[in-house]
Design a binder for this molecule. Structure first.
Ligand code: SAM
Length: 271
């Protein structure tokens, strides 16, 4: 198909196309769609997943950066009223068009080059999608799912898990893609928490706290946080929450980061 259309693949755009129909179907099924659901698909490529989503009755908005693929999709899906095709860089497009995504599901075999920032952008959106079913390199999926103490646990785990609960995950062998990627891939379902753990303002403090806390993994977290909060407030928070003065960020779980955010956020408002 690619050759028929004279399309040369661009490695930097993460163009590894899923040709295994069973895996395409598994991804679409993981989204548990009901007819009329609004789905955002990023990087539709040649449209195998788009087709499966449409077959399940979804209203799909698909954002593709590659002009040739966008043109080929327009032709392939001509007259398909349930599909809106957008030719854009999805990350820029998301940032330029902030909106209420809470009634949407993201279902995508994401471009691996920009997959992480896209998931984080939507995960931190005040009204992010109700569900995200994303296929990405396994290493990134592991970071999203990771728990304290593991090597994969860090900024990505916390930024995603603040608003999303981890759902089903399955591996997709490299042989299911053309060309085969150098890395292993997995599909992961994320479900938005019904009740946010923090409000919008506190969430911004949470992001600062997590990024600073993990900025040097070997250092005691409190030393790193001194760049942003006074020693007095940090000591106060530590005592209030009964946290170890020698703790490193990777040992602290989501609940502890949330509790610490509340205390430090309150201190910002008082000082
Ligand atoms: N969904 C298709 C499939 O499963 O076969 C293609 C997936 S391929 C891994 C990633 C797709 O994302 C490619 O079509 C690529 O052109 C597109 N892409 C890459 N960077 C993008 C960006 N910043 N915004 C939108 N699409 C992008």
């Amino acid at each position: 198909m690619l050759m028929q259309q004279g399309i040369l693949l661009t490695k930097s755009l993460g163009q590894n196309f899923l040709h295994d129909q069973n895996q395409v179907q598994r991804i679409a099924d993981a989204a548990q769609l009901t007819s009329g659901d609004q789905v955002l698909e990023i990087g539709p490529g040649l449209g195998p997943l788009t087709r499966a989503l449409l077959q399940q009755g979804a209203q799909v908005t698909a954002v593709e950066i590659d002009r040739r693929l966008h043109a080929s999709l327009e032709e392939a899906f001509q007259g398909e009223k349930a599909l809106t095709l957008i030719h854009a860089d999805a990350l820029k497009w998301l940032r330029q068009h902030p909106q209420d995504w809470s009634r949407w599901k993201l279902v995508s075999n994401l471009p691996y080059s920009v997959g992480s920032p896209i998931v984080v952008e939507l995960a931190l959106a005040p009204k992010g999608p109700s569900d995200m079913v994303v296929t990405l390199q396994q290493e990134v999926i592991e970071r999203m799912m990771a728990a304290p103490g593991s090597k994969a646990y860090g900024v990505m785990s916390l930024l995603v898990q603040l608003s999303y609960q981890i759902g089903q995950r399955f591996r997709i062998p490299a042989s299911c893609f053309f060309p085969e990627p150098d890395v292993e891939s997995s599909c992961l379902a994320l479900h938005r928490r019904s009740k946010p753990l923090l409000d919008e303002d506190q969430s911004r403090t949470f992001v600062q706290l997590v990024k600073l806390g993990f900025s040097q993994r070997r250092k005691v977290m409190w030393k790193l946080l001194k760049q942003r909060w006074s020693s007095e407030w940090l000591e106060n928070a530590r005592n209030q929450l009964g946290l170890d003065p020698m703790i490193r960020a990777q040992a602290l779980d989501l609940d502890a980061f949330v509790a610490l955010t509340r205390v430090l956020h309150a201190s910002d408002n008082r000082s």
